[in-house]
Design a protein around this ligand. Structure first.
Ligand SMILES: NC(=O)c1ccc[n+]([C@@H]2O[C@H](COP(=O)([O-])OP(=O)(O)OC[C@H]3O[C@@H](n4cnc5c(N)ncnc54)[C@H](OP(=O)(O)O)[C@@H]3O)[C@@H](O)[C@H]2O)c1
Length: 243
């Protein structure tokens, strides 16, 4: 994708990785829209990065996705880049009594939402690029976040098929694959020990400029290129036997 002159929607763009991408896109001369559920987070992001255009939405709901699409199609029908970044991460055990309720929420946000948005936004003739945010856990799961890890494996697989299907139409499909980074994903404090989002953003924007379509950093590059033995070793490292 060109580095400037785009009209870009970043879902979940008011915090963490989404905000990092939105701010860099803005800085590089793009028009950038962000959406999320918390109006306060959207307002704070817009204050910190004047120029960001915000829209509140709940993407776990089908009507929320339709409403977001209608808003864009009516007010900015020349949008050309969709970044499917919004996601949630639930730390849980399959024996928890609320397991299935929480799993459904995770499936709606991490899978149904980006699939539905992809299908809706492809109705815009202007669409040239879709960026899907997956995870290093797409390659090897962290058992403490069992459904989350599976949603990311699903999303990586879907992204590969999507890229293949859209080639003939000339729509570029890019996968951004973060390793664990210091954001509030899954709850405050859980990711404090990990690298800052800014390191990831520097790395993936350099790769975007090189024309790469799988954007990685650190652990996620190691996972993307790992063979079966390395994947097994990664699983064992991340999931030590219960004592
Ligand atoms: N941080 C990591 O270690 C890491 C590693 C690999 C992949 N990722 C992926 O990176 C993406 C961004 O995560 P992050 O780490 O930046 O965490 P984050 O700061 O919690 O960002 C997630 C964003 O998604 C939005 N969101 C969640 N549910 C939503 C919904 N139903 N409707 C609309 N927006 C919703 C949140 O905004 P509201 O709460 O206001 O709705 C928030 O801005 C996710 O897909 C995540 O899986 C993160």
């Amino acid at each position: 994708m060109n580095s400037s002159g785009n009209k870009i929607l970043v879902t979940g763009g008011a915090s963490g990785i989404g905000l990092g991408m939105a701010a860099r896109f803005l800085q590089e001369g793009n028009t950038v829209f962000i959406c999320g559920r918390r109006q306060s987070a959207l307002d704070e992001a817009a204050r910190a990065h004047p120029g960001l255009i915000t829209h509140a939405c709940d993407l776990s709901r089908e009507d929320g996705r339709f409403e977001l699409y209608e808003w864009v199609a009516t007010t900015h029908p020349d949008l050309n880049v969709l970044v499917n970044n919004a996601g949630i991460q639930q730390w849980m055990r399959v024996t928890d009594l609320d397991f299935f309720e929480r799993a459904k929420e995770e499936l709606a946000t991490n899978i149904e939402a980006p699939l539905h948005l992809t299908s809706l936004f492809l109705q815009l003739p202007s669409l040239t690029t879709i960026v899907n945010v997956t995870s290093g856990l797409a390659f090897s799961p962290l058992a403490q976040v069992p459904v989350y890890s599976a949603t990311k494996a699903f999303f990586r697989s879907f992204t590969q098929s999507l890229r293949h299907q859209l080639k003939a139409r000339g729509v570029e499909v890019i996968e951004a694959i973060p390793p664990a980074l210091n954001t509030d994903l899954g709850g405050k404090g859980l990711h404090d020990a990990y690298p800052p989002v800014s390191d990831f953003i520097d790395a993936i924007f350099a790769q975007l400029k090189e024309g790469k379509n799988e954007l990685t950093f650190g652990f996620s590059e190691a996972m993307r290129t790992a063979g079966p033995e390395q994947l097994q070793a990664a699983f064992a490292r991340m999931n030590p036997e219960a004592k």
